[in-house]
Design a protein around this ligand. Structure first.
Ligand SMILES: Cc1cc2nc3c(=O)[nH]c(=O)nc-3n(C[C@H](O)[C@H](O)[C@H](O)COP(=O)(O)OP(=O)(O)OC[C@H]3O[C@@H](n4cnc5c(N)ncnc54)[C@H](O)[C@@H]3O)c2cc1C
Length: 414
């Protein structure tokens, strides 16, 4: 009998898992509540970041977050509410913000990112893929001495981890980033990072999967789950259509905690909501993907376009666009790039997505312990686009009970 797996969620994690499972000979059905073209995995900043080896939960983050809470244009916000899930998440986050946690996670996150970037490189070689994948590195630009000190601390860690890094002064920045005028104190350059056009990758991945016989069901929201003993038996969609399950993998991003409550599996997850704007055929633009460090704004050239993204709001899946925070993003641009003046005339053009954020900053990957046929892959927070292919490969290995390409023991703390 052929092996079958239902994958719920067609973001980067679900689709990459589908790819490797199909390659292994599985029959695969991917189910998504949306049309896939507008998920968190399409509108993100498309940075593939081996330079990001420090988890979100790190010393100093809470103090900075509290300062930002009182500035309506800042890059961080928590929608005030006394929900037990949020309080529990915050408590766990607070407990994870230790030097020891950072120390324990850094090597693992570096290796996870490098594996994933190289797998993207392999996709980019395939005929059916052309998603503007480029390895031009990442610039971290800063304007203040205080931020410079932060970035240099990170660069020191990079050196210890053998992640290539260069510290540049403002003149050197002008040489490296010759496509646009910059007004900065300096920057740190990570030459081994890469970037891509996420919308293209997701579209092409769907096409490639369907060509290979993977069934993708769009606009199909899974609303209930039937289980008996240690087995998930079936899932039902919004029309009460029932799908009998042999194996099931939950890649439902920031919605996973809500869904898994139905099978009495608790995970702590918050939706780190962010915004992006895509400027089509933008002539004046940087050539190297960049993070404007004080504002935490990501700027990525994608083909002929330029994408600008930022903010992290724990919003409880609010779909309201916070205009002040979007202004915070656009206003920061001209501070670093005096030629880049962007104003939003129509807020309906602003894209929003929800990063699945765990309190440790490390994802949930593996078998769901109470069930013999259920698996989870989510919680990649700010790095899900980067970590998609490696996660797909790891989940294939977990489901096939193979030795995994990365040791997953570190995730037992999650
Ligand atoms: C502004 C912004 C910029 C970002 N920039 C970067 C970046 O530069 N680099 C990087 O690595 N990462 C970045 N990220 C993070 C990255 O986008 C996410 O980590 C990643 O997209 C998460 O992928 P996912 O597959 O887990 O979830 P998603 O893409 O959210 O996919 C989950 C899918 O599950 C579906 N689903 C949920 N519940 C159900 C249900 N009950 N039934 C059926 N379907 C369901 C949803 O419809 C959704 O399509 C950014 C995020 C934001 C918001």
């Amino acid at each position: 009998m052929s092996k079958h797996v239902h994958i719920i969620g067609a973001g980067i994690i679900g689709l990459c898992s589908a790819w490797y499972l199909r390659e292994e000979g599985f029959e695969v059905t991917v189910i998504d509540g949306g049309d896939i073209n507008n998920s968190t995995s399409t509108g993100n900043a498309g940075m593939i970041v081996p330079s990001h080896f420090v988890p979100l939960a790190a010393p100093g983050v809470i103090a900075q977050g509290l300062r930002w809470m009182f500035n309506p244009k800042s890059p961080f916000y928590i929608r005030p509410r006394m929900h037990p899930d949020l309080l529990q998440w915050l408590w766990q986050f607070y407990r994870s913000c230790t030097p020891q946690h950072v120390q324990n996670s850094m090597h693992w996150l570096r290796d996870y990112n490098i594996l994933s970037r190289d797998l993207y490189g392999a996709f980019a070689q395939k005929k059916s893929f052309d998603f503007c994948f480029e390895k031009k590195g990442l610039l971290m630009l800063y304007k203040t001495k205080q931020q410079q000190a932060e970035e240099w601390k990170h660069a020191e860690k990079a050196i210890k981890l053998k992640v290539p890094v260069e510290i540049l002064n403002s003149d050197q920045i002008k040489q490296v980033e010759s496509s646009i005028q910059t007004d900065v104190l300096g920057g740190v350059y990570y030459p081994e990072d890469a970037h891509l056009y996420p919308n293209l990758f997701i579209q092409q991945m769907c096409q490639a999967l369907e060509t290979k016989g993977v069934q993708i069901l769009r606009n199909t929201q899974i609303e209930s789950i039937q289980y008996s003993g240690q087995k998930i038996e079936a899932i039902l969609d919004q029309n009460q259509q029932k799908y009998t399950v042999q194996n099931i993998l939950f890649c439902t991003g920031s919605w996973t905690a809500r869904l898994l409550k139905k099978i009495k599996h608790n995970v702590l997850l918050q939706d780190g909501k962010g915004y992006s704007l895509t400027l089509k055929n933008q002539a004046v633009r940087p050539k190297i993907p960049t993070i404007l460090c004080e504002s935490k704004v990501a700027v990525t050239p994608m083909g002929n376009d330029l994408r600008i993204g930022g903010t992290l709001e724990l919003s409880n899946h609010s779909t309201q666009i916070n205009k002040k925070r979007v202004q915070g993003i656009t206003e920061s641009l001209s501070k670093y790039y005096p030629e880049l003046q962007v104003e939003v005339d129509n807020y309906e053009k602003v894209w929003q997505g929800y990063r699945p954020c765990t309190p440790t900053g490390l994802p949930y990957l593996g078998k769901i312990p109470q069930y013999n046929n259920a698996y989870i892959a989510t919680g990649h927070g700010m790095m899900g686009m980067s970590l998609g292919p490696a996660t797909g490969l790891l989940m294939k290995e977990v489901i096939c009970q193979e030795k995994t390409s990365l040791d997953l023991d570190i995730l037992s703390q999650n």
